[in-house]
Design a protein around this ligand. Structure first.
Ligand SMILES: C[S@@+](CC[C@H](N)C(=O)[O-])C[C@H]1O[C@@H](n2cnc3c(N)ncnc32)[C@H](O)[C@@H]1O
Length: 216
């Protein structure tokens, strides 16, 4: 099975329960979908959504090899999720939302498909402060998904604007200049001199939010 290209482990952090319906935004080779399907068990279901035929073919091949039945891989953009309103208990995603050019649309779609009291449990790269564009470009060569990152407070504000509640961000890995030393050196930067600008500016994080519970 081809390894994950993501930046975290959302299935481990999402606390999936038997019987739940899970949706992975940007499912790639499908590993998180297959792991989720096992966690939700035969009474649950896991959907993977990806826009590229190549990744969907790989994911379906991995599904056949794993022999997992309660899974479907859907083709489409995470900005227009091909599932009905209130049909999903948990949305997971691993290093994909930062790639979207229309994140507000993604959050609105996530809110639409989640059931009342549903959970958004996503790994993503998040910016903690701005860095000079020329430094950012070198860091992008190392962590590709740095390009479209949201600043952490902005991330939470957009989730709340989409109608989510209880949103929070938990760092899983904070990046330092020495981690990107080779790329920064190749671009002509002295890693020690610019460390204070780069250290801690980007992190992989686990982002949680919920949809409001049903009113009885
Ligand atoms: C960095 S890979 C991560 C794949 C997977 N989540 C993992 O952890 O291995 C990004 C994946 O997201 C998909 N993707 C990127 N932007 C997307 C979008 N706007 N809508 C749907 N899929 C998208 C790509 O096709 C690719 O499979």
């Amino acid at each position: 099975m081809t390894a994950s290209l993501g930046c975290g482990n959302p299935t481990a952090l999402a606390e999936l329960r038997p019987g739940e319906v899970v949706l992975d935004l940007g499912s790639g080779g499908g590993i998180d979908v297959l792991l989720s399907a096992r966690r939700v068990g035969p009474d649950g279901f896991a959907y993977g959504l990806d826009m590229t035929d190549e990744m969907l073919a790989l994911a379906r091949q991995n599904q056949r090899q794993a022999g997992v039945k309660n899974v479907e891989f859907l083709k489409g953009g995470i900005e227009a999720i091909p599932l009905p309103d209130h049909s999903v208990d948990v949305i997971i995603s691993n290093c994909v939302i930062n790639l979207s050019a229309d994140k507000d649309r993604v959050f609105a779609e996530a809110r639409r498909v989640l059931k009342p009291g549903g959970r958004f449990a996503v790994s993503d790269v998040v910016r903690r402060r701005d860095v000079r564009p020329e430094l950012q470009r070198s860091i992008e060569l190392w962590v590709g998904c740095v390009a479209g990152t949201l600043e952490e407070r902005d991330y939470l504000a957009r989730l709340e604007k989409a109608g989510c509640v209880q949103s929070s961000i938990e760092p899983t890995r904070v990046y330092e200049a020495k981690d990107a030393a080779q790329f920064l050196a190749e671009a002509g930067f002295d890693t020690e001199q610019i460390a204070h600008e780069v250290d801690g500016a980007f992190m992989s994080a686990f982002i949680r939010a919920e949809t409001p519970p049903a009113v009885s």
